[in-house]
Design a protein around this ligand. Structure first.
Ligand SMILES: [Zn+2]
Length: 269
């Protein structure tokens, strides 16, 4: 009996998650993103099929896969097949892929300072900056280490070049933000200051497929496959969900469709 009630509870949770991940949830983006992460695994994007484009803005994708075996299921039970349709925002999802790629790979140009600037850092932050010197360089901040100076005295590290960009002015505050972010990350992991993130978000937006653009099946498939390769495919750089769950095909009763009255297509002409 206990097993039965557990199973009922599981079904209840999953249908609640599907509602949160679905198109009817228009109010709570955070909950949708959270639910989507539970409904889809990143590997799923590698095997999704394109059904078609909707309204020149969305990709309808179909995912078919075996339901993950649950420990409570007896061996004799048939393996359940999941069959779901998803609606994917073509701009938001391409934008997120481009954004994450830019974040990871862009080397921001730097400009040599007229006079190297000593960095007033604590001994711990000096160590952090030294260990992540390549990450700082990718961000346009070039630092020289003077080993003859004692650490924590504010003269061991010198800033010799700072980032430069046509659209954004960077300064010491941005270097402070980057070092602050580094405290919680493993050594060598890319971090970006908020100004750089905003710059990449704008660039990603401009280079992504637009709403209103007709896409062929190859282009749609590329957008889907890219989603499986990025860290956070569920929301766009602005935090909005990139996709929604549309339909669980296994819940459609095929016999009722067969029995329903034939469609009078002449009415649509
Ligand atoms: Zn955009």
């Amino acid at each position: 009996m206990q097993g039965g009630s557990n199973k009922g509870k599981e079904a209840l949770i999953s249908s609640k998650v599907l509602v949160d991940a679905g198109v009817s949830n228009t109010e709570n983006d955070d909950r949708a993103v959270d639910a989507l992460a539970r409904v889809i695994e990143k590997e799923d994007f590698a095997s999704m099929d394109v059904v078609g484009q909707f309204n020149l803005g969305f990709i309808i994708a179909r995912r078919r896969k075996d339901a993950s075996p649950s420990p409570s299921r007896s061996i004799s039970q048939e393996l359940q097949v999941m069959d779901d349709l998803f609606i994917v925002d073509q701009h938001a999802s391409d934008e997120k892929y481009n954004f994450e790629t830019l974040q990871l790979t862009t080397r921001i140009q730097s400009q040599k300072l007229f006079r190297p600037q000593p960095l007033e850092l604590t001994a711990a932050d000096e160590l952090l900056a030294t260990e992540n010197i390549e990450v700082l360089r990718q961000n346009g901040f070039e630092i020289e280490v003077d080993d003859s100076e004692c650490s924590g005295q504010g003269s061991r590290l010198k800033l010799v070049a700072q980032p430069i960009s046509k659209s954004t002015v960077f300064g010491m505050k941005d270097l402070e933000e980057i070092i602050h972010l580094m405290r919680d990350r493993p050594t060598g992991q890319m971090v970006r200051c908020s100004k750089a993130r905003a710059m990449f978000a704008m660039r990603a937006c401009r280079k992504s497929v637009m709403i209103g653009m007709p896409l062929n099946s190859h282009q749609m498939l590329t957008v889907l496959r890219h989603m499986g390769t990025i860290d956070q495919p569920w929301n766009c750089p602005h935090g909005r969900p990139t996709m929604r769950h549309l339909l669980d095909i296994t819940t459609i009763d095929s016999t009722s469709i067969m029995q329903s009255a034939p469609i009078d297509w002449s009415a649509f002409q």
